[in-house]
Design a protein around this ligand. Structure first.
Ligand SMILES: [Zn+2]
Length: 326
């Protein structure tokens, strides 16, 4: 390691189950009160936000129409075999690259001359069919930015509030996947990671009678507010405590997170006169990202999934711990 920065801890203490539940409850409540603040903001600024919606839609429709017009103009030139740059009649050129329609005036640099592949008719048809009103997946975020509402609204809230005004989801209206589905992607990701955590903790806790999932720690760093850290998984025996941070993909790894957990655990163990060793390690679930190169060490869940002994597990843990002991 060697790069662990020193964190100045005022205090750190493990939380009881009940406290953690209360903590999650307070997060939910906070979310609800944010929701009603968003409603108030929306209704105060209704004209601005409703106009922004229609303006946004209009710009996309205008882009769509421009694109169609330009394509049709090209098609017209194609069917008349005329250069759009200089008006010359195109001719079929047989070059070493194959045949194409080119402008005889191509040497005159004062105009932009045209060339058409011989199958332009088909190309046009497929392009024309694919011209769509393009609605960015982040359209609600764009509107929030345009109206300077970033402090007061989240994209999902804005989409919901528009919906209450009978203004549909712009994405859905123009045939895309609905915006809320794309915004709420992280909820699904979080659910999956719970499932993955359960699989990992079930597979490993068998060898460590003292195991704990979702260990909550209430702490305060110098000059900061009190915060709560939730460590995914703690395995321990008489000699060592392993702090395991479970990640779905290796590029989710953040070394600062493990450094904080390690520092908190170190503090708690010192307070309790617990002189066991402590190691911090990342475990990555998703096999498809193992090829990605990063500086940090991590353990692929695949490599420990079927380990038959505690000794084998510990040897892998010790070799691949990102933070090596106190
Ligand atoms: Zn020309």
């Amino acid at each position: 390691m060697g790069k662990t920065k020193t964190l100045l801890i005022d205090y750190a203490e493990p939380m009881k189950r009940k406290e953690i539940q209360a903590f999650y409850q307070s997060l939910i409540k906070l979310n609800e009160s944010k929701q009603s603040a968003a409603d108030v903001y929306f209704h105060k600024n209704k004209n601005l936000l409703i106009n922004a919606y229609y303006e946004y839609e209009e710009v996309q429709i205008m882009n769509y129409q421009t694109q169609k017009r330009e394509l049709l103009a090209q098609k017209e030139l194609w069917s008349k075999k005329i250069c759009g740059g200089c008006g010359s009649k195109l001719r079929l050129v047989d070059s070493s690259y194959g045949k194409f329609w080119g402008c005889p005036g191509f040497r005159d640099k004062s105009a932009e001359h045209i060339t058409f592949p011989t199958n332009y008719g088909e190309i046009f048809a497929s392009r024309y069919k694919n011209v769509k009103v393009r609605i960015n997946a982040h359209w609600a975020t764009d509107i929030i930015r345009m109206t300077n509402s970033s402090k007061d609204l989240k994209a999902a809230q804005l989409v919901r509030l528009y919906g209450e005004e009978g203004m549909g989801d712009l994405r859905k209206k123009y045939g895309y996947k609905s915006t809320l589905k794309s915004i709420s992607g992280y909820v699904t990701a979080k659910k999956n990671s719970f499932r993955e955590e359960i699989e990992i903790t079930n597979a490993l806790s068998e060898f460590f009678p003292k195991s704990k999932t979702q260990l909550g720690i209430r702490y305060r760093l110098k000059d900061e507010y009190e915060k709560v850290a939730i460590i995914d998984f703690v395995l321990s025996d008489d000699q060592v405590v392993y702090l395991i941070e479970i990640k779905r993909r290796i590029y989710d790894i953040q070394i600062e997170q493990l450094e904080l957990y390690f520092a908190l655990m170190d503090y708690i163990m010192k307070e309790a006169d617990d002189d066991r060793d402590c190691k911090g390690l990342f475990m990555v679930y998703s096999e498809e990202t193992y090829g990605f190169t990063i500086d940090e060490k991590y353990i692929a869940f695949e490599s420990v999934r079927n380990k038959a002994s505690k000794l084998a597990l510990k040897s892998i843990f010790n070799k691949n711990a990102e933070i090596m002991g106190r």
